[in-house]
Design a protein around this ligand. Structure first.
Ligand SMILES: *[C@@H]1O[C@H](CO)[C@@H](O)[C@H](O)[C@H]1NC(C)=O
Length: 399
């Protein structure tokens, strides 16, 4: 049992560096878009955390937001307004400009460590509207025909696309039962990250140590160990301490948020849902002493039902109202929304991925070194991987 929030953020600006001791800390820039992604991600995290049985969850709200922005190109009225509001944009034009440019930025990154891809499958019986074809090209999305009536073949085709973009790590996110034989189209997104710690943990120092589940229960977990100068911040507002673990890959970082109290995670999740994580992330700075870090190796896999989760963050009309601008023949609504995500953290780094799918059907409605600071991640916590200031993944670890 344990809780982890993983946030992966994206570079929006060039890298500047500041020297501290023998370690070069990168510097990050904060943008209004990063703030919007952060706030929406943490709201979504709260809902995934609250609905998770064992309180360990991982997701990429960014993958969901990218698809919602793409879908919004074919939606209108109150349906589109819900998406604009959830994504924290002032209006649709701003949302469109932001997410198109993010899609282009990420589509062109080095696929050896980051893959972000969109895909449209459209029924071979129907035609995409021209405006949506333009959107597909702006969101760097391939368009392909698919026979949804053969639900097995349709699921297999989507799964192959996922597997080929995630190094085989997410190979069957879609099952036959997710597919309505009357489906008209599907929008898919994959985000896949393989990062290496700037300073790897020494595997021979990984030892079985106690991880507290709550005030009275604990289990033994393999704990990794590191003694290093790191970015650090004690947030009285969150009731938590934070560290940053940078990746070798420029501008990517994992943030670990450790509640002050053994059973403090749900309170921390509640607070970040209100204020986001970035406010505190941008207060982090060199700890002023080495950090003696103990942190568990962990692996989480989550399957999220977006039909249940999205209405909890204010996005429900996509499931009932017709979006008229996607398919020529008729307006479509989302019949099934799903995300499968995973993260694996070990001595070398982290691998994280998420597949998101929206399946759509026709619808009729619309100096003397100070003593080391001990940082024992030995109870449920929140973590985040960031690339500069854009949140790509989020999760919680409870065990
Ligand atoms: C890793 O830890 C072991 C045991 O403490 C030590 O002998 C070894 O030198 C360390 N390796 C590195 C690369 O620091």
């Amino acid at each position: 049992m344990g809780t982890i929030i993983l946030v992966l953020m994206a570079t929006m600006a060039g890298v500047a560096h500041s020297r501290f001791g023998d370690y070069t800390f990168p510097s990050y820039t904060r943008s209004p878009l990063g703030d919007s992604v952060d706030i929406a991600s943490m709201k979504f995290l709260k809902e995934t955390y609250n609905s998770a049985a064992d309180k360990s969850v991982v997701s990429s709200p960014f993958g969901i937001m990218s698809l919602l922005a793409f879908y919004a190109a074919g939606a209108e009225g109150a349906n589109r307004d819900e998406i604009v509001r959830f994504l924290g944009a002032s209006d649709y034009k701003q949302l469109e400009a932001s997410y198109e440019s993010l899609s282009q930025r990420y589509a062109s990154m080095d696929r050896s460590y980051l893959t972000v891809a969109n895909k449209v499958f459209v029924s071979d019986k129907y035609t995409l509207r021209d405006q949506f074809k333009y959107a597909a090209s702006a969101y760097r999305s391939d368009v392909e025909n698919l026979n949804f009536e053969n639900t097995k073949l349709a699921a297999d085709t989507m799964n192959q696309w996922s597997a080929s973009n995630t190094n085989g790590k997410i190979s069957s996110p879609v099952s036959e039962s997710d597919i309505d034989p009357a489906a008209a189209a599907a929008l898919l997104n994959v985000i896949f990250f393989q990062g290496h710690w700037h300073v790897p943990f020494n595997a021979s120092e990984t030892k079985e140590k106690e991880f507290h589940l709550d005030r009275s229960n604990s289990v033994k977990k393999p704990m990794m160990h590191l003694l290093q100068s790191l970015f650090y911040y004690e947030s009285a507002e969150l009731g938590a301490k934070m560290i940053e673990l940078p990746y070798k890959e420029s501008q990517f970082r994992m943030i670990v948020v450790l509640p002050d109290e053994v059973d403090g995670l749900s309170s921390v999740v509640e607070k970040v849902a209100q204020r986001g994580l970035l406010e505190d992330v941008f207060k982090m700075g060199p700890a002023g002493a080495d950090v003696k870090l103990d942190m568990p190796k962990f692996e989480i896999k989550s399957k999220l039902n977006l039909n249940e989760l999205l209405p909890k963050v204010g996005v429900s009309r996509i499931f009932s109202e017709a979006a008229p601008g996607i398919i020529k023949e008729q307006g479509v609504a989302v019949s099934r929304g799903l995300q499968e995500a995973f993260i694996k953290v070990d001595e070398e780094g982290a691998t994280a991925g998420a597949f998101t799918g929206l399946i759509m059907v026709f619808t009729s409605s619309n100096s003397r070194p100070p003593p080391p600071i001990s940082f024992k991640v030995d109870h449920p916590f929140l973590f985040a991987i960031l690339h500069n200031d854009i949140v790509l993944f989020t999760g919680t670890y409870a065990h």
